[in-house]
Design a protein around this ligand. Structure first.
Ligand code: NAD
Ligand code: TYD
Length: 369
């Protein structure tokens, strides 16, 4: 791992992974963060990394703004940086957006992944690169929807049901095909729902936290009894790190938090944690706009269900536990409290993301480099 190309490194999990990687004492390589900076990409999440490891620091971290669908641009980066490891996070990632407009999901998640695979295959066969690896980050949503019992295993047949999960499933198949057909050294992970710092507030947990702080309705789709298996993002990062160092080439590893919760349970718990850390009576926004509200839970609003809403996801992660001795280390309770605390303490990041100002910030700061 001398030159690690992280795609989508300005997004939620990618930025957490770059933080995680530089904290590992046995990692001495360079990181090239390749990101298009869509609405979900935010370089403010990596300010501290840029300061310490960027061009003005140790010179081990470099950011490239590029689209993974742009073959020539990616090929040039690959060649000039002598990339030996790809960790592929870049994707359109939100199910609701995929329902309203699937096109970008097809382009980025399928064509973008195809470009990366093709470039890796060509570069790594032209140049002798030791221990090259293409690690593909995927989701448990490719396996479909479960009833009240059962789990997703690595060999569960794919049954994607949203444009997002269908596009991710296509990319998984391409990655596996490149291993079987061309011998490209790949590993693949399918992970459950993540939460934690730097998550864009369109996903359930950050959306609920931020709406509650502003006294806005907390939208719960349908009956709120859909189940997700929640994993603290740092645990996802440690799982990826274990796979890229010790995982068997050509293998898929499921990653999960062993923390199944209904959506309504999650939303209620966020309200309780908020009340403990930032009591509603001390919240000036709510006190000014609506002093009658005495409990964050009063903001909970059941809304129309998402079309084709998968009922339950539950991942079996015995393989990664047994083979790589990985397990989730943060309980849902601790992780959720930490995430709420982080949201209360990182108001600049939150306010910029909420107001869309960070896009202007990116243009201004990025141009200066
Ligand atoms: P995110 O939406 O927060 O970040 C995606 C990043 O990819 C952004 O920085 C965006 O700018 C970048 N990007 C999008 N299109 C691009 C393109 N064409 N070229 C280059 N960069 C582009 O997503 P996330 O939640 O961090 O998810 C990262 C990966 O993990 C995705 O592949 C997703 O499918 C997978 N995953 C996510 C979860 C979850 O709960 N969030 C769970 C399992 C797997
Ligand atoms: P989400 O965070 O969008 O992740 P995913 O759809 O990939 O699992 O949604 C998590 C769950 O929360 C899902 O069952 C849909 C539900 N949900 C709501 O009830 N309200 C919301 O506002 C959002 C964004 C999601």
């Amino acid at each position: 791992m001398k030159n690690v190309l992280v795609t989508g490194g300005a997004g939620f999990i990618g930025s957490n992974f770059i933080h995680y990687l530089f904290k590992q004492k046995d990692f001495q390589g360079n990181v090239i963060n390749l990101d298009k900076l869509t609405y979900a990409g935010n370089l403010e999440s990596l300010e501290a990394i840029d300061k310490t490891y960027g061009e003005k620091g140790q010179g081990r971290y470099l950011f490239h703004r590029a689209d993974i669908c742009d073959y020539e641009a990616i090929e040039a980066i690959f060649r000039s940086r002598r990339v030996d490891t790809v960790i592929h996070f870049a994707a359109e990632s939100h199910v609701d957006r995929s329902i309203h407009g699937p096109k970008d999901f097809i382009h980025t998640n399928i064509i973008g992944t195809f470009n990366l695979l093709e470039i890796a295959r060509q570069q790594w066969s032209n140049e002798k690169i030791d221990n090259a690896l293409f690690h593909h980050i995927s989701t448990d949503e490719v396996y479909g929807s479960l009833g009240e019992t059962g789990y997703f295993y690595e060999n569960t047949p794919y049954d994607p049901r949203s444009p997002y999960s269908a596009a991710k499933a296509s990319s998984d198949h391409l990655v596996k095909a490149y291993y079987h057909t061309y011998g490209l050294p790949i590993t693949l992970s399918n992970c459950s729902n993540n939460y934690g710092p730097y998550q864009f507030p369109e996903k359930l947990i950050p959306l609920i936290i931020l709406n509650a702080l502003e006294g806005k309705p907390l939208p719960v789709y349908g009956d709120g009894l859909n189940v997700r298996d929640w994993l603290y993002v740092e645990d996802h990062c440690s799982a990826i790190y274990a796979i890229i160092r010790r995982g068997r080439r050509g293998e898929t590893y499921n990653i999960g938090g062993e923390s199944e919760r209904t959506n309504i349970t999650v939303v209620n718990r966020i309200c309780e944690i908020l009340e403990a850390l930032y009591p509603i009576k001390k919240n000036p926004i709510i006190q000014k706009a609506n002093p009658d509200i005495a409990d964050y839970k009063q903001l909970i609003t059941h809304v129309k269900d998402r079309p084709g809403h998968d009922r339950r996801y539950a991942i079996h992660c015995g393989k990664i536990k047994e083979e790589l001795n990985w397990r989730p280390s943060v309980s849902f309770e601790d992780g959720l409290r930490e995430t709420v605390r982080w949201s209360l303490e990182n108001t600049r990041w939150i306010n910029h993301v909420r107001s869309g100002q960070y896009q202007k910030w990116i243009e201004k700061n990025y141009q200066k480099r």
